[in-house]
Design a binder for this molecule. Structure first.
Ligand code: ADP
Ligand code: MG
Length: 690
């Protein structure tokens, strides 16, 4: 008997793989891959009407051609169209091209006009014979990746557009509410955007204000809202353990009574919001946002206490090992005296330790489990998990959050989910965007904190900064010095950090200067961190591994080297490592411009924002201004764009409409609503609701 062969599958070609990489799989995906910009091949322009920077198509006669050998070998061609002349320059060329550019030939060229003392110039224009037909529509230019030529992509998109099922899924009456003409249906809108007629204003296409763009953005937002609403409704049908803490003997009450501080008003409010949620038999799905240092950990601990009071297990997942170490230490200090066993699970535990932890978790003896994403691995079996808390949730990939959800789902009871983040988005935005999340916000810092003073200083004044370090050390303070990591093709460049470490060690005799970076073995990291936490180490030079969570109140100065290379929210997170005690704290942003005379615009804006405000919400708002909100939503950062076309800030009216329309569409035409979501989000649905 012949063995059964798997069906023959043709291997994907390079461009096909590239399409896949871009997520362009279904015809509809291709149809929705809209142009970045357009080229105008519909007209011929006279040279006298052209100015520097114009991209244009011109026809004329070659009046001069020569290969210049001095300096760079190049082919220089003069084109005359009767209204003026233009110099064409080619640095590489084949003999065949040279032939088509011979004196006397009539040619059509397309390219960007540059000025220069030779008059109008085009570098490497596209050359054709004159007299061919002109395009009837603008030529689309799509975003692409290496290995996927524009011409291949154009054909693929064209084929996708022809094959995609594009019947309208948004009823006309809803579109009319936002002033959209339903006569322009989806198919027409898409055809137009891929091949606009030449008479359209390019500006309205470029800034996405054209009605066809409005329609697509509205549709996208609607899909996103409907999908979240579906998820919310599906969850409403699920059951979760009811977690209540009632009497004064409860763990919750005892923890509250033994904490070394009083909760702030904001903490009390969010604790109450969470308590109410988890006391219901419906799974909680809540985002807790609060600036760095706002005190989210204790809120998590109180939620965990309430969960354990009801006899259930709680898991707290954090993105880095150091962070889980700190959480573990803190939770043990708070809860162990009250009789709670806390387990701790990371990727680097020894086999024996790990087995013990797994046993504690599986038996339910450990009512609280802290860990990295090691928590979502197969080996981990919870006994009775009722509450999952994800700290710094934006640091986890969407896929990891999804894995956690899947891991925790049980046939009978679903756990409650609390996600915490220190990169807040403005509250109103959060409320309308996250249709599937309830949002709690800690908008107040614990009392007694002195605001951090931030200074932006050129690297040329490094010596002054180092002498400032000496002053701080003399006062018994500790210092963080952060260096960026340059990561190129998986090789970490630690030169910067190691050089700085050597420099500071030499400049500060008698002071322990430590070095911490992400490539160090976990045990070594732990040892360095312990010395710093214990106050023995004066200066900690580190790559951004200290970014999240660590808490050393005696550290009062942070220097960030090459601050211009960091993103705004990253800088804010880093800065949040100081100013955690009562002492006045400072942050120095050292910048260097490299070979350039000055910093680029965005880098300048970022550093300025840092110097002007300490408020995480304000930082988030500025970040939105500087970067655009798309990048802010988390998904785009990890490569799974949630919104491709719409912009939650700029398109607030459309978002508002989508939010109102989603429940109506879902109730009145559920099939249509489902079709709409499938079309827009397809295989991404699971991701979106993770
Ligand atoms: P984050 O919100 O950034 O996770 P943490 O939970 O790490 O902040 O809290 C920062 C510091 O503030 C910790 O040392 C914590 O114990 C302390 N803290 C939290 N709440 C209060 C409070 N209400 N009063 C005083 N200190 C507090
Ligand atoms: Mg924290």
């Amino acid at each position: 008997m012949s063995p059964t062969l798997p069906p023959t599958v043709k291997p994907l070609t390079g461009p096909q793989k590239a399409l896949r990489k871009l997520g362009l799989v279904r015809p509809i995906d291709l149809a929705l891959h809209l142009p970045l910009r357009y080229e105008d091949e519909t007209r011929l322009v006279k040279l006298r009407d052209l100015r520097e920077g114009d991209v244009a198509q011109v026809e004329g006669r070659v009046t001069h051609a020569e290969v210049r050998l001095s300096g760079h070998r190049q082919l220089l061609v003069t084109l005359d169209d009767g209204s003026g002349t233009c110099l064409l320059r080619f640095f590489s060329f084949y003999p065949s091209q040279q032939k088509s550019l011979a004196v006397g030939n009539l040619i059509r060229v397309r390219g960007e006009i540059r000025g220069g003392f030779a008059g109008l110039t085009m570098m490497h224009p596209v050359v054709k014979a004159a007299g061919g037909e002109l395009a009837t529509a603008l030529t689309p230019v799509y975003s692409t990746v290496a290995g996927l030529p524009q011409s291949y992509l154009r054909r693929a998109v064209q084929a996708g557009l022809a094959r995609a099922e594009l019947s309208d899924t948004v009823p006309a009456k809803y579109l009319q509410e936002i002033g959209l003409d339903p006569a322009w249906n989806l198919r027409q809108s898409l055809s137009f955007l891929h091949h606009p007629t030449a008479d359209v204003s390019l500006d309205t296409l470029q800034d996405h204000s054209h009605p066809t763009w409005q329609r697509l953005k509205a549709e996208e937002l609607l899909a996103q809202q409907v999908s979240q609403l579906q998820a919310r409704r599906a969850r409403a049908g699920l059951r979760a353990p009811v977690l209540t803490a009632t009497d004064s003997e409860s763990l919750f009450a005892r923890l509250l009574a033994t904490l070394p501080f009083q909760l702030t008003g904001a903490q009390q409010r969010v604790v109450a919001e969470i308590n109410q949620d988890i006391a219901r038999a419906v799974p909680m799905h809540r985002l807790l946002q609060g600036d760095v240092g706002a005190g989210k950990t204790v809120v998590a601990a109180l939620a965990a206490a309430q969960c354990m009071d009801a006899g259930w297990q709680c898991a707290l997942m954090a993105p880095t090992e150091i962070l889980t170490t700190q959480h573990f230490a803190k939770l043990v200090a708070w809860l162990q005296p009250l009789g709670v066993t806390v387990a701790w699970l990371t990727g680097s535990h020894k086999a024996k330790e790990r087995r013990d932890m797994l046993a504690l978790i599986a038996s339910g003896q450990a009512a609280l489990v802290v860990g990295t994403h090691a928590l979502i691995q197969d080996k981990v079996q919870f006994h009775k998990l009722a509450l999952a808390i994800i700290d710094e949730q934006h640091r986890f990939g969407v896929a990891q959050r999804l894995a956690l959800r899947e891991k925790l789902a049980s046939p009978e009871l679903e756990p409650h989910l609390l996600m915490m983040t220190a990169t807040p988005i403005p509250r109103t935005l959060a409320m309308s965007y996250y249709a599937d999340l309830d949002v709690s916000t800690i908008d107040e810092l614990p009392p007694g904190r002195t605001p951090i003073v931030t200074k932006v200083i050129h690297d040329a004044r490094r010596d002054e900064v180092i002498s400032r370090i000496s002053d701080q050390l003399a006062q018994g303070r500790q210092i963080y010095w952060v260096c960026p990591l340059i990561q190129e093709s998986e090789v970490l460049d630690l030169t910067n950090a190691t050089e700085t470490h050597a420099q500071l060690s030499a400049a500060l005799p008698g002071v322990m200067v430590g070095l911490l970076h992400s490539r160090m073995p976990a045990a070594e990291k732990k040892a360095v961190m312990n010395l710093f936490v214990a106050g023995q180490m004066g200066v900690l030079v580190s790559t951004t591994v200290i970014e999240v969570g660590v808490d050393v109140p005696n550290a009062s100065l942070m220097v960030i080297e090459h601050a211009e290379r960091f993103g705004l929210s990253q800088l804010h997170q880093l800065r949040g490592r100081v100013g955690r005690g009562a002492a006045a704290s400072a942050c120095v942003l050292l910048y260097s411009t490299g070979d350039a005379p000055r910093l680029g615009e965005t880098a300048r804006e970022r550093l300025k924002a840092m110097a002007q405000t300490n408020d995480g919400f304000e930082i988030a708002r500025r970040d939105l201004d500087i970067r655009g909100p798309g990048e802010f939503m988390g998904a785009r950062q990890s490569g799974d764009a949630m919104l491709r076309f719409a912009d939650v800030l700029a398109d607030a009216p459309l978002l508002d409409w989508a939010r109102r329309t989603a429940p109506v569409l879902l109730d009145q035409q559920p099939d249509l609503a489902e079709q709409h979501v499938q079309r827009w989000l397809g295989s991404k649905i699971g991701y979106l609701n993770a």
